[in-house]
Design a protein around this ligand. Structure first.
Ligand SMILES: O=C1C[C@@](O)(C(=O)O)C[C@@H](O)[C@@H]1O
Length: 144
């Protein structure tokens, strides 16, 4: 089913393209699961990954005018990107921050998130399923 609604943007930061190298789940698997869950609720998904901060800022700016909401795993940029923080603030969209790992159980430098300041919901430690949780939350809260 193709939706006339604006899509949910699902954005992924640096090194997440290597997921399949370190584990069994690939980013393509996550994309498939997210698309299926969104489609079941009548929503389309724009799914992107970039290793470049500016490209992610461009995608967030695109979502600002073309998207309904943003799910973002900014990866390492989480912990220091004021540019991504500012882009999310300007977007004025619902934002769900996702981390595969529980960043709070890891190194101290991962305990700071600039993105959380702009996130409505933060999901960390649920693995790939965290992305589906994020979409599920948006399906419940976004209006038609
Ligand atoms: O690249 C990543 C992945 C991550 O965002 C996660 O999904 O758990 C956590 C970050 O600290 C790390 O830099």
């Amino acid at each position: 089913m193709t939706s006339t609604r604006r899509p949910i943007y699902v954005l992924n930061g640096p090194n997440l393209n290597l997921l399949g190298v370190y584990g069994t789940t690939t980013l393509a698997d996550i994309e498939e699961a997210v698309r299926a869950r969104a489609a079941a609720g009548g929503w389309d998904v724009e799914f992107h990954q970039s290793n470049h901060e500016g490209v992610l800022v461009d995608r967030i700016q695109e979502a600002r005018t073309e998207g309904a909401a943003i799910v973002i795993n900014p990866a390492a940029f989480t912990h220091y990107s004021i540019a991504i923080h500012d882009a999310l603030e300007a977007a004025e969209l619902p934002v769900v921050e996702v981390h595969l790992s529980n960043v709070h159980r890891r190194e101290a430098f991962r305990h700071t998130s600039y993105v959380s300041l702009q996130a409505d919901v933060v999901i960390a430690g649920a693995g790939a399923f965290g992305y589906e949780m994020a979409v599920e939350h948006l399906l419940r809260t976004l209006e038609g």
